[in-house]
Ligand binder design. Structure first.
Ligand code: 4AD
Ligand code: MG
Length: 481
């Protein structure tokens, strides 16, 4: 009789030598000779494989031929202490069933190193590689850590809508949602499309942020957070941008900018600590992979070892400074004076590009940086207007290797100031009357921020391209799978 299936992760720490167990998984490699075969089997529960030892003469030759890279098999075997170094147990095969073959002529993944670019085209199978299984196990752990952190703090998880009529960031980077016939849409008298006839009776789009609705929740429940997909139709084909990404947006009543910064720093550190405490074997694998990849680079260009980098961020306070202080540093720094930046900083008011953010973090401070009090012109309408009349209570958190990982602010709670700013920036006050109600009735200081989940994943895994930390990336000209 077949024993109950045990996951590889549990088997590898089992000491029940001599007992009979069953494992199921996918073959990573098979090697050996006419007498003995070694099959490395992985079931996704851990980065590590269980080694199956097969006494070749006692098995059917045809069956053994079907055990190739990618095949799914079920193995009944005896747990034995491993003779080989590096592993503690292996399984002596008693019987093997091939559940699903993987014709080596056709199976795209060979038992060799494939490039990340190649694997991106095979994203439906890349989960089966060590690298991507590690990344996606960590992704799960990070998502779990998000909920654990906020739950412990008494925040409420709020589901904000994905379909909305508003543009929370006011940047106009939205995907339209419509059921109108694109060949024959209903028209107004002036020839424009009549959205009153559309499904929702108005123009709608996929949300760029759950913040505005999140604020409504916070102004009643006190502290809420969202964690869901957000969509941006910005044509940024970079290693840091996706058209569909996941964002965590906490929103807190009675928090000012300082409280907001403290929470964000605590949150980021909590997630990093969670990864160190719960994902070490995956992190170690990714670290080795990274070091392998960087072998050719000069010592100066190599990044800090992954686990060391995570511990370093955990152990140090983030640097906090104002936009104005940052501009002074940037204006006078070498790469700016030598015009090495693509966008040279010539004065106050310039929007910071990722090259500037990374200079501050990687060269100037060598630590995560929280930048506050940005010029109001380069930030969204909802941010708290500072007394200087020029800046707003924004906060961006900049991370090494990433640039901006968090964007947030204290919110403008004064009705008149908010309406004035909305009018100045062309944000429709009539359509957003519901938002303004929080300022009309029981308004109070409140703050929040948004963490790009995939940017956090880039940092924690050390992966270089954001398309490699989300299962099925959506980016300009790419919506495969
Ligand atoms: O700075 P952003 O645009 O801020 C907001 O959306 C606010 N409503 C957040 C808030 O205060 N509640 O975006 C927040 C974060 C960025 O710092 C970045 O990490 C990530 O979201 N992000 C992206 N990640 C991947 N691809 C993109 N296209 C992204 N755009 C923003
Ligand atoms: Mg931002």
């Amino acid at each position: 009789m077949e024993q109950k299936r045990i996951k590889v992760k549990d088997l590898l720490v089992s000491k029940a030598y001599g007992s009979e167990v069953n494992v199921k998984g996918w073959v990573r490699t098979k090697r050996g000779n006419k007498q003995i075969n070694f099959v490395a089997l992985n079931d996704g529960s851990t980065i590590n494989n269980i080694q199956i030892v097969v006494d070749v003469p006692s098995f059917n030759e045809d069956l053994l031929k079907k055990i190739t890279t990618g095949a799914a098999i079920s193995v009944q075997g005896k747990l034995i202490e491993s003779a080989g170094s590096g592993q503690t147990v292996e399984l002596e095969a008693i019987s093997i069933d091939v559940l699903g073959v993987a014709d080596p002529e056709k199976y795209p993944l060979q038992p060799k190193k494939h490039s990340l670019e190649f694997l991106r085209e095979k994203a439906h199978l890349r989960f089966r590689t060590s690298t991507f299984s590690a990344v996606f196990r960590i992704r799960h752990a990070m998502a779990f850590a998000v909920h654990e952190f906020f739950n412990k703090k008494g925040f409420f998880y709020m589901h904000t809508p994905l379909i909305t009529g508003s543009d929370a960031e006011g940047a106009g980077e939205m995907f339209r949602v419509t059921t109108l016939d694109d060949k024959n849409p209903p028209l107004n008298e002036d020839g424009t499309i009549n959205y009153k006839e559309d499904f929702f009776g108005k123009e709608t789009n996929l949300t760029v942020s759950g913040q505005l609705e999140g604020e409504l929740g916070a102004m009643a429940l006190g502290e809420i957070y969202t964690f869901g997909p957000t969509f941006r139709a910005e044509n940024s084909n970079t290693t840091r941008h996706l058209a569909e990404f996941w964002m965590i947006e906490p929103e807190m009543a009675f928090y000012d900018l300082k409280d907001n910064m403290d929470l964000a720093e605590e949150f980021l550190k909590y997630m990093i600590k969670y990864a160190l405490d719960n994902c070490m074997s995956d992190l170690e694998f990714l670290s080795k992979r990274l070091q392998e990849e960087e072998k050719g680079k000069k010592a100066d260009d190599r990044s800090m070892e992954l686990v060391e980098k995570l511990r370093f961020v955990l152990a140090n306070d983030f640097v906090r400074l104002t936009y104005t202080e940052a501009i002074d540093i940037l204006r006078n720094c070498k790469p700016n004076k030598k015009k090495k930046f693509k966008y040279v900083i010539d004065g106050w008011g310039a929007d910071l590009q990722s090259e500037h953010e990374r200079y501050l973090v990687e060269k100037e401070f060598k630590k995560p940086v929280i930048l506050i009090d940005y010029p109001k012109e380069i930030k969204s309408f909802y941010m708290k207007q500072n007394d200087d009349g020029k800046t707003v209570g924004a906060m961006d958190i900049l991370f090494p290797g990433i640039g901006e990982i968090i964007g947030g602010s204290q919110r403008e709670e004064n009705y008149d100031k908010l309406v004035t700013r909305m009018n100045e920036m062309g944000v429709p006050t009539d359509e957003m009357d519901w938002y303004l109600d929080t300022r009309r009735f029981g308004s109070a200081t409140h703050s929040g921020f948004g963490l790009g989940f995939e940017r956090m994943m880039l940092f924690v895994t050390g992966m270089a391209n954001i398309r490699d930390v989300i299962p099925f990336p959506r980016s300009p000209k790419n919506a495969e799978f």
